[in-house]
Ligand binder design. Structure first.
Ligand code: ARG
Length: 560
């Protein structure tokens, strides 16, 4: 049923082995307008081989090709344009989807474990919009990679260790209250932390104290450790509320602290390979041959660092999961850190460093300003999600006052709106966050896609006629929907190869738009010979919109 493959085969049999199938597949283009056909083959690649002008080659080739399975084949300029046979295309797409909608678009791009380091917020701090991006992008990538054959492993590399815990514990002991932390953990912990920084400006001994306490923590002091573990637990409870709202789960919560007893081995290995250099009392790995700043492995006081933990984590994941790829969905501002991480592993002589990929993403701004915890310019994620649910509820109440499971639908629509808004932007783009914009039912939003799916479902609920793709729909609007449906498998592959969920989100918008145009111009439920075919189109659209949203981690309510 792969029509691109069919075109490749047609070309192959005429060109013999001048170009192989992979080259042909790569060369094939999708024309911008439908008068140029469904696939276009540019002949410039053959000009050198045949010593002829592309235009000449195109017209010779078009005459030579076997046009039987097509509506027509036409040469235009240096292109050979293929017009698919609408009847067989429509039939093939609709019957393939109907047979097994869940697995339509499944592929085997590869297999094996792919750990995905995602979300990874810091204990005792609010989860930021950046962590939201990491969570939803990581979750979507896990879904997409699973669909193309891999086994993703979602790892929350919690920021649960570091000098900030020295500060936090000093602050808690000076100004904190157990009852407050129990009541509203992150709120109070952040307050202590901020107070620490304010007071430390005039009292430098605080920093020394904090360093000493963190050293105690690293040395395993019982009482300090107990406080740390309590803060971790309370923070995790709050994070879990957000993950539950988002419907995201993890396979591992091994955070930075997990690697405390796993770093010595890495440091010893680095030493043995003569890669460690002393520099101003600290120990570094020189990476000048990679054009990178040195990687800091040990501080002057012997305390280990973010990098050292990530090294230990990389080795642990390699040994534990035998990964084929290891992904880190982390903001673009940490690009150098991951370049260094890979370079150090490479220096240690491990080629699997090449299987490590940093998947960076851009910043979310608010009113054009960068968000920052320190400056108090933060957006609290849980509030955003809950506000989105309230807004969704208002809109649903207007459109559909007697909806049975209105609360559940409001949840799916509100949360889905926030997630979709994040994923429809190319991951490296920065974008501004405006809640009203996000939850709108019109425009390029998640609710628009969800609403389109609900509309398709309501058509299907109104009839007892069974959908069937026996008769072919050939009008332009139906054809545009069919073409979009036929594209889904290619979209999944492209999204997986580029680690880019926005390709799926943009596709969902395109399919929804095509369907709405079809629906606006066609009376679906008229009782004529084409009715079962129209219903098949409606059903397939709903199934694929649902599948696309599911890849993004967004629910598709049947009514809203
Ligand atoms: N906790 C870090 C932060 O909030 C992100 C950790 C990313 N993962 C990693 N393995 N370094 O910036």
């Amino acid at each position: 049923m792969d029509f691109k493959q069919q075109v490749v085969a047609t070309l192959h049999s005429a060109l013999h082995d001048q170009l192989d199938d992979q080259q042909l597949t790569q060369l094939l283009e999708t024309p911008k307008t439908s008068d140029l056909g469904d696939y276009a083959f540019p002949t410039f690649a053959l000009a050198k081989i045949y010593h002829q002008a592309p235009k000449q080659i195109a017209s010779d080739l078009a005459a030579q090709l076997d046009a039987t399975p097509y509506e027509k084949i036409q040469a235009v300029g240096g292109y050979v344009n293929f017009f698919l046979d609408k009847v067989s295309f429509a039939h093939a797409v609709l019957t393939t989807i109907a047979k097994d909608p869940q697995h339509y678009g499944d592929a085997q791009l590869g297999q094996g474990n792919v750990p995905i380091d995602m979300s990874s917020p810091n204990i005792a701090k609010p989860m930021s919009m950046g962590h939201l991006r990491s969570t939803v992008i990581g979750n979507a990538l896990a879904n997409i990679l699973a669909k193309v054959g891999y086994s993703p492993i979602k790892i929350n590399h919690l920021g649960d260790w570091g000098t900030q815990f020295g500060k936090l514990i000093v602050a808690y002991r000076k100004w904190g209250s157990e009852a407050d932390v129990k009541k509203d953990p992150i709120h109070y912990l952040v307050q202590y932390y901020v107070q620490f920084h304010e007071e430390a400006e005039t009292d430098p001994t605080l920093d020394d104290e904090a360093r000493a306490v963190f050293k105690q923590l690293e040395d395993g002091d019982q009482e300090v450790y107990k406080l740390w573990s309590w803060f971790r637990e309370e923070s995790l409870k709050e994070f879990t509320r957000i993950y539950d709202l988002l419907g995201v789960t993890f396979d591992s919560y091994n955070g930075e602290a997990f690697y405390n007893d796993k770093m010595d081995a890495v440091v010893a290995d680095l030493e043995q390979k003569h890669l460690l250099k002393a520099s101003q009392g600290a120990e570094i790995v020189d990476l000048s041959k990679y054009d990178l700043n040195p990687a800091l492995i040990k501080k002057s006081d012997g305390a280990t660092l973010y990098m050292t933990r990530d090294l230990a984590a990389a080795f642990y994941r390699h040994d534990q999961y035998h990964f084929v790829q290891s992904l880190y969905v982390v903001g673009n501002e940490q690009r150098e850190h991951f370049d260094q991480l890979k370079a150090v592993i490479k220096e240690m002589g491990h080629d699997w460093a090449d299987d490590i990929h940093h998947i960076p993403f851009g910043l979310i701004t608010s009113g054009g300003k960068k968000l920052s915890t320190r400056k108090g310019n933060i957006i609290l994620l849980e509030r955003v999600l809950n506000d989105a649910i309230v807004l969704a509820k208002q809109q649903i109440a207007e459109k559909h006052p007697d909806l049975a499971n209105a609360d559940q639908v409001a949840h799916d629509v509100g949360v889905g709106a926030v997630v979709f808004h994040d994923l429809k932007n190319e991951r490296l783009d920065s974008f501004d966050f405006n809640l009203e914009e996000v939850v709108r039912f019109e425009g390029e939003t998640g609710p628009y896609v969800q609403y389109t799916n609900a509309r398709a479902n309501s058509i299907l609920r109104k009839t007892t006629i069974q959908p069937a793709a026996e008769v072919a729909l050939t009008d332009q609007n139906a054809w545009d929907v069919l073409k979009a449906l036929g594209d889904f498998p290619h979209v999944v592959v492209r999204a997986a190869q580029a680690y880019e969920p926005s390709i799926v989100a943009k596709y969902a918008l395109r399919l929804a738009k095509a369907f709405n145009k079809y629906y606006a111009n066609t009376k679906v439920l008229v009782d004529d010979a084409e009715l079962p075919a129209r219903l098949a189109l409606v059903q397939a659209t709903s199934q694929i919109l649902t599948a696309a949203l599911a890849l993004l981690g967004v629910q598709a309510p049947a009514e809203m």
